[in-house]
Design a protein around this ligand. Structure first.
Ligand SMILES: Cc1cc2nc3c(=O)[nH]c(=O)nc-3n(C[C@H](O)[C@H](O)[C@H](O)COP(=O)(O)OP(=O)(O)OC[C@H]3O[C@@H](n4cnc5c(N)ncnc54)[C@H](O)[C@@H]3O)c2cc1C
Length: 385
């Protein structure tokens, strides 16, 4: 199905990181692209996001890097701390030979991807809900419209209607743990001066607080706890309760605002990442818990790789098989490694502290954890950082 101008056409469900990256990369390769976003606006919620080297290279390759990284925070170190505020592990970042890691606002990332899409000629329709797709290459909308395309992409998130209409889900698991995310203004005295610019994950019992400067003015905070920890997952966050767990963060906790959003962590794996002319990308295909900060990174990588692989392919179905065979092993490694990191949520404090102090020094385990960050994604070979 080519447009009258001879261009190939893609219909994409979802204007998140996965859908917008795929859309931009296809349009930059001469495709006409329409993105359908269910929400009435392209606004995202208030939180930060970690982007590692692999994701940064994708942003470079699609021309989004310069704008996305304006005002980004570049942390000098990433620490994990125990219940007594003692560093268990220091993950090397941003030094010579280290993986790069920056943090930005989600809003900055999405706005930049939208701009790059529009510059490449992508049409983005808001208030347009997908309800399914056919392997022959039709995206089905809630208003009854059937949109024909050479390629349909389901980038409609963890609850993907496109994926489920094609019976592609192998399994989806609720991990029984999640996070309240919020943004607050940065302020002196939240943490000791030497910690102010660091990324720090604090553990206490089965709770975690992730401290993340996300710009010169914005602090992104994630409060993580079990889905059965009813008092802790309340929004607005219960300041007294969180202070009991993290007395050394009392200055920070007292400044928590009333806003915040709770999300449970999930894993999803598919039987296949495609069927006929339909590909599934992002959380719809490979949701993972955020312990490696790579869910968005994988959506960026797989979206670009999808566009690179199908761009000039004679047979879309074969190209989608090739794409999955090449990209899926690293994505599953990332999912599995992230899920394993969640197991320490339930360890007693002293055990966690002792284990992490030893494990943190293991070069092999460091390599396993950093494999995704150090990967050179398909389509980014000419875009070093
Ligand atoms: C607490 C937490 C922290 C995280 N931190 C990081 C991090 O630091 N770094 C990182 O890389 N990743 C992180 N992630 C993961 C990352 O947020 C996701 O992997 C990423 O947002 C997935 O993007 P996506 O485009 O696949 O899906 P989504 O972001 O879910 O986007 C899907 C889009 O599709 C739209 N949509 C849904 N249904 C339909 C429909 N039927 N029709 C049309 N549109 C539809 C939605 O409105 C949405 O705009 C984190 C996740 C969590 C839960």
């Amino acid at each position: 199905m080519r447009e009258s101008g001879g261009k190939r056409h893609a219909e994409i469900a979802g204007a998140g990181i996965g859908g917008l990256t795929t859309a931009a990369a296809l349009a930059q390769r001469g495709w006409s692209v329409t993105v359908h976003e269910r929400a009435s606006t392209l606004r995202t919620f208030g939180a930060g996001i970690y982007i590692w080297s692999n994701g940064l290279r994708v942003l470079k390759a699609i021309g989004a890097y310069d704008k996305a990284t304006v005002g980004a925070h570049v942390g000098p170190e990433f620490h994990t701390r125990d219940h007594d505020d003692i560093t268990m592990e220091e993950i090397p970042i941003n030094g010579p030979g280290d993986a790069r890691l920056i943090t930005i606002l989600r809003e900055t990332l999405i706005n930049t991807l939208v701009d790059v899409c529009r510059e490449a000629g992508v049409e983005i329709r808001t208030g347009s809900e997908a309800v399914g797709a056919t392997p022959e290459g039709e995206l089905l909308l809630a208003d009854g419209t059937r949109c024909k395309a050479d390629l349909v992409v389901g980038a409609d998130g963890i609850n993907s209607r496109v994926r489920d209409s094609l019976d592609l889900l192998l399994y989806r698991r609720d991990l029984g743990y999640g996070a309240i995310r919020m943004l607050i203004p940065r302020a002196r005295g939240d943490v000791p001066h030497e910690d102010e610019n660091r990324y720090i994950e604090y553990f206490s019992g089965s709770r975690r607080i992730l401290y993340t400067p996300a710009s010169a003015d914005d602090l992104y905070v994630a409060l993580c706890c079990g889905a059965d920890d009813a008092e802790a997952l309340k929004v607005p966050a219960d300041r007294a309760l969180w202070t009991q767990s993290f007395p050394h963060l009392a200055n920070l906790i007292v400044r928590f605002g009333d806003a915040g959003r709770w999300d449970v962590f999930e894993v999803a794996k598919l039987k296949r990442w495609s069927k006929g002319r339909v590909a599934i990308v992002g959380d719809a295909a490979h949701a993972m818990p955020p312990y490696l900060g790579q869910g968005g990174g994988c959506a960026l990588m797989n979206g670009l790789a999808l566009a690179v692989t199908v761009a000039d392919a004679a047979d879309i179905g074969n190209a989608l098989g090739e794409w999955e065979a090449r990209e899926r092993p690293l994505t599953e490694h990332t999912q599995d490694t992230a899920e394993n990191l969640g197991s320490m949520n339930t360890w007693p404090d002293d055990v966690r502290s002792a284990v992490l102090k030893i494990v943190g020094k293991s070069r092999e385990l460091g390599e396993v954890r950093m494999r995704t960050a150090r990967h050179v994604p398909t389509g980014t070979e000419a875009f070093p950082l």
